[in-house]
Ligand binder design. Structure first.
Ligand SMILES: [Zn+2]
Length: 653
């Protein structure tokens, strides 16, 4: 995380001066802070107006320079090279001690090895950490606009509510989770505004590779955007709560707020589910207080969802939540006739019920409506955390320590990832994915026997006695979607799950993982950085052979072909080569071979037999990727991503 603060020298002088004369420095500076309306020339959410990401970045940089309440952090470039920001909002004093506060937060979210004194100090002196993100799904345009107004309010308001939030919390905002898509959508919208096509959807994916699946990528972190999100949420901060602000269809409730509907996905600490209800109740309460109609909770989105950011976070002991506002037509207002309004999961009729006491009656719906209701939700979550800071922090400790306790006493005790795998390099990638979640992984330096099985040196062990026990259980353990009243209709037919119902990474990646009921009793080393195995290179009389079972051997073969090296593929097993293996001639340049072995991890083993008779020359086929117009196709995008990962050249048609 690199911090870019461009606070000019005169601002420092001003801070000193205002401190001397006894004013809160950010208040004095706040007088020169332009409102979004002044800066962008329109109110956030105004009809047919969208602020573009480059201007939003400029605005956040400006706020960062002018307010001591805001630290703008550049996480790095997005997939298409745009800036990805994290905004830290707190009191100037808290921001001056951010690393110390982060350490206290880390003690509570993983109390292993901490003394009672450390824990009590972290509860007494720590701050509630709340992460919120906007604009993950770029066609849901409201949230990334709302963020600018929210930031302005947080850096300029001087009332008790905001002062308490600044003093008691560290609010971390990801003001746009997919900047590339925000730019695409804004440009597309502006191109068509005033034409017959105003407000229609983007005809291609709003994430270069994976479109709407960018949420579902939280458990695998294939994109850089997911990696930045994971760094903040799963490793550096592990907040007490996380809210991702989205939009849903246009013809139901006006906004969904936490908690989720049934069914629930078990294995999180129960406090986390109570917290979601607690935050959600306060959000709904503040929405009604402000006179916002059509607020529903405990509906639409089930507690068992895909492992996108808001649905995986509960298993990180984070109250991981969503808001979902009704959509307009991008930035164009939409008229909704009362007859068009429908119920949904948890809202069988579009009528008042305890979780939906105030149905919206229809009419015009504007992005401004979305901005206002989302801003209320964002502030409400911070408000309740600020009011109950010590409780929130003590329960962060409770959630983590109880999960550790469950992991120590319940089955399975560990998952063992054997060194002996069909494709050990893919097993290595899976271990890296686990590390990305902030999960502790250990490795055995030598062979050991556990519960009757012999595991080779280099096998990995994942203990369940750690705070992220819930994440481990769902990524590595066998998963069955519940079959009960909540998952069948009245006629007994299964109701489709909201989305993906399993996230068993091990199964998806073809990696063998053994659950075991007892702890592994052998010396283990902590895996403390991402694994980047380099392949060994040993030349034989007839060149090299590459194991055809490794996914990365295909990448190596593609890289060799790109160097015009004649690669062959074994068709019939023979001594020293198995069907499917790749054969590389001894004439291949040594430096090229070494470099490919290093970058792919694939070993180039000695080939000591003449395998010409049992192999065929490998030739490149031409690959055309069909890209449909109208909305794009995520499967096409994922396939393109896969081809690029494995160095297959292709043409887009
Ligand atoms: Zn969404």
């Amino acid at each position: 995380m690199t911090s870019h603060r461009f606070r000019p020298r005169f601002a420092v002088v001003l801070i000193v001066l205002t401190t001397v004369i006894g004013l809160r420095p950010e208040v004095a500076l706040g007088q020169s802070i332009p409102s979004p309306e002044e800066f962008f020339g329109f109110q956030m959410g105004a009809d047919r107006k969208l602020a573009r990401w480059d201007k939003l970045v400029e605005y956040y940089e400006l706020l960062g320079r002018q307010s001591a309440r805001l630290e703008v952090v550049h996480m790095g470039p997005t997939t298409l090279g745009n800036p990805f920001l994290a905004l830290f909002i707190s009191s100037p004093d808290n921001l001056a001690h951010l690393e110390d506060l982060r350490q206290m937060n880390a003690t509570l979210s993983d109390p292993r090895g901490a003394s009672e004194q450390d824990i009590e100090r972290a509860i007494a002196d720590g701050k509630a950490v709340i992460v919120q993100s906007m604009g993950l799904h770029s066609s849901e345009v409201g949230a990334s606009q709302m963020a600018a107004e929210l930031m302005y309010d947080l850096v300029t308001r001087t009332d008790d509510e905001i002062t308490r939030i600044l003093d008691e919390t560290i609010a971390i905002m990801i003001p746009c989770f997919n900047p590339d898509g925000e730019i695409m959508i804004v440009d597309w919208y502006n191109e068509n505004v005033g034409t017959d096509y105003e407000g229609v959807g983007l005809p291609w994916l709003y994430h270069h590779y994976i479109g709407h699946d960018n949420n579902r990528d939280a458990f695998q972190q294939n994109t850089v955007e997911s990696q930045y999100g994971a760094k903040i949420l799963f490793r550096d901060w592990i907040p007490q709560a996380y809210i991702d602000h989205h939009q849903m269809g246009a013809y139901g409730a006006r906004i969904y707020v936490p908690p989720y509907a049934e069914p629930l996905r078990p294995s999180a600490d129960p406090l986390v589910w109570r917290e979601m209800s607690w935050y959600g109740a306060h959000i709904a309460y503040k929405e009604e207080e402000a006179g916002k109609d059509g607020v529903v909770n405990a509906a639409v989105y089930s507690g068992w969802g895909h492992f996108g950011f808001h649905w995986i976070t509960p298993f990180h002991n984070i109250a991981g939540m969503l808001t979902e506002s009704a959509s307009a037509r991008l930035a164009t207002p939409l008229f909704v006739h009362p007859d068009q309004l429908n119920g949904s999961r948890g809202l069988p009729e579009y009528e008042a019920q305890t979780t939906f006491p105030n149905p919206w009656q229809g009419g015009w719906w504007h992005v401004r409506d979305i901005v206002e209701q989302q801003k209320i939700a964002a502030v409400a979550a911070l408000d309740i955390a600020a009011r109950h800071r010590a409780t929130v922090l003590r329960n962060a400790y409770q959630k983590a320590s109880r999960q550790i306790e469950r992991g120590s006493s319940m089955s399975p005790a560990v998952f063992v990832i054997p060194a002996d795998q069909h494709d050990p390099l893919t097993a290595t990638k899976m271990v890296n994915r686990l590390l990305g979640q902030g999960i502790d992984v250990h490795q055995a330096p030598s062979e050991f026997t556990h519960e009757g099985r012999v595991y080779g040196a280099g096998s990995f062990v994942v203990s369940m006695a750690q705070p992220k026990r819930g994440v481990i259980r769902w990524l590595l353990g066998r998963t069955f979607y519940p079959d009960n009243t909540y998952t069948r209709d009245r006629d007994g037919n299964p109701i489709r799950p909201y989305d993906m119902s399993t996230d068993t990474m091990a199964e998806f990646m073809g990696v063998r993982v053994d659950p075991a009921d007892s702890v592994v009793d052998t010396a283990l080393a902590t895996v403390d950085e991402l694994l980047t195995p380099a392949g060994a290179v040993v030349q034989g009389q007839f060149g090299y052979v590459l194991d055809g079972r490794l996914n990365d051997s295909f990448k190596a073969a593609n890289l060799l072909l790109a160097e015009n090296i004649a690669v062959r593929r074994v068709t019939n097993s023979d001594a020293g080569a198995q069907a499917g293996d790749f054969i590389v001639p001894a004439s291949a340049t040594g430096t090229v071979v070494t470099e490919i072995a290093r970058t792919t991890g694939v070993s180039f083993s000695a080939l000591d037999i003449d395998a010409t008779g049992v192999s065929q020359p490998l030739q490149r086929n031409r690959i055309g990727m069909y890209q449909r117009y109208y909305g794009g196709n995520m499967d096409e995008g994922w396939t393109r991503w896969l081809l690029e990962e494995f160095a297959f050249p292709y043409d887009t048609l």
